[in-house]
Each structure stands twice: as C-alpha cells, then as structure tokens.
Unconditional design. Sequence first.
Length: 307
Amino acid sequence: SPPLLRLFPGRLSAFPLFLLALLLGFASLLWLQLSCSAEGPSAGGQQRGVPRQPCPPPEPLQPPEEEPSWGPHRLALLVPFRERFEELLAFVPYMHRFLSKKRIRHRIFILNQVDHFRFNRASLINVGFLESGNDTDYIAMHDVDLLPLNEHLDYSFPEAGPFHVASPELHPLYHYKTYVGGILLLTKQHYELCNGMSNRFWGWGREDDEFYRRIKGAGLQVRRPSGITTGYETFQHLHDPAWRKRDQKRIAAQKQEQFKVDREGGLNNVRYRIESRTDLSVAGAPCTVLNILLDCDTNETPWCTFG
C-alpha cells in the first residue's frame, strides 16, 4: 500500500479518498491565502515596510481595444527606481491589477537610473515623461514603495489640474500642507506648462517642494482626494529605513539653494541617454524598463557625485 494509506486502518473506498483529496486541497488553498497576499493591507504583526510574500497572481485584466467603459485616456505611470527590486516585484503586479479594476488604460514605466551619480528622482521623471510616447496623455509620478489600499482613490484623467493622490491627510509619513510627493497625477499639458521638474536635486528630498512652487507659478491649483475615511491606513508604505538608508547628504552649496526655485531648468535641459528599453512581465503584469544614464555638469551641481 502507498505510505499515505498505511496511516488509515482497513480499506478505503473511492468516495472517502475523494473527500480526503478535496479536504487536503481546501487546506492548501487556505494556507496559501493566509500566508501571502497580493493585495490589501499586510497581515497583523508583520513588520511595517517589509514587502509581503506575493501570491500567485490571477490572470491580468486587459482592456479590449474598443471597450468604451475604459475611457479615452491612457496613464503613463512613471516610477523612479534604483536597486529596490523587492519593492518592484510587489509594486508592478499590484498596480496593474489596481488600475485595471478601475478600468484605467495605463502603461507602467520603470525609470531605472544606471549611472554612477547620486539618485535624481526629478530628472528620471522628466526622462520618463519625454520617453512615454504619444499614446499616453497624462502621468502619475509614483513612488515604488507606496501602494494604494483604498479602492476609492481616484487615478482618472486630472483635467481640472494636478491631483495629489497621496495627500498630507492620507500619506503615512508626510503631513505638511505643501507636500505633493508620493503620488501626483498631471496631464501632459500641465506638466509641460511647469517645464517639468528641476534637475538640480541630486540625493533624497526637496524636489517635490520645488515642484509645488512651479505648479503655483504656472497658475495651477493642486486638488486632493475627498471622502476618504481610511486616514493614514489608506496606503501601505513598503520602505524599511533600517536596511534602505536614504541618501540625505547635503554639502554647503546644496544647502544654500535647496529651498530656491529653479527658474531655468527642467524638461528643456535634462541630459540623459537611454541605455536600453525592455518590455517585460512581472507576475503577469506588463511594464517597460528604461535603463537611464543621467548626465551631470559638476560645475553647476557638484553635489551630483558621492565624492
């Protein structure tokens, strides 16, 4: 007899064996559901900031080309990125499912900085905007470590002006009134009106604060979500500061101008080269990875290097 049958006395007919197999299958599915999660908040007791174990994803939703319920607009999801692969593996399938459920046509662009300069989130977003193609008409500047948990969050075409999805009332970390980081939607026309973001911010932080001044200078009004009752539990923040240290170094010259408005630079003078462009699938979710080499004039911004 097979080893499994030796655990049971007597003879087992086909029907009890069928029930046993059914029970084992149900138990396996229940264990899988409890031990992993592709969507929703993390399980109780799990350390905040650590990506969850991904479940095998369902088949991704794909909009029929002529399906009117998906709407006429297409979003370019621009994700500045460097070496956060665990977060990326959670982010791409999650966001693809989230946006597909909301019937938003979209393309996910991973803006991977592969040069040896310090990280420049703003320049990467400028590059993503320029490389996103004519088939998208609005953008989301989206951090890779921030997942929307509330299905009522609006990612639709922001015709009335920039729409700050991760508003200070909802973001788990940043709560000051002029904050526009995390997740910000703009039409391509409005982003061009602002001349994009400043390219002078190498290292972590401050580029969003400068962009807020650009938005105001362009005569645009930032709008934010209303009627969201989940508060600071609206998003899951995957970043773990214990093992992902942010590059917050500031030299003297950088400190002097970190609160200034860059009135000359932006989309018009971002310097870069695309090393490669790759279309791939992460757990069934499509995305485009742009390997980007940024360029830096060390006479203008000597703080772009680690030296």
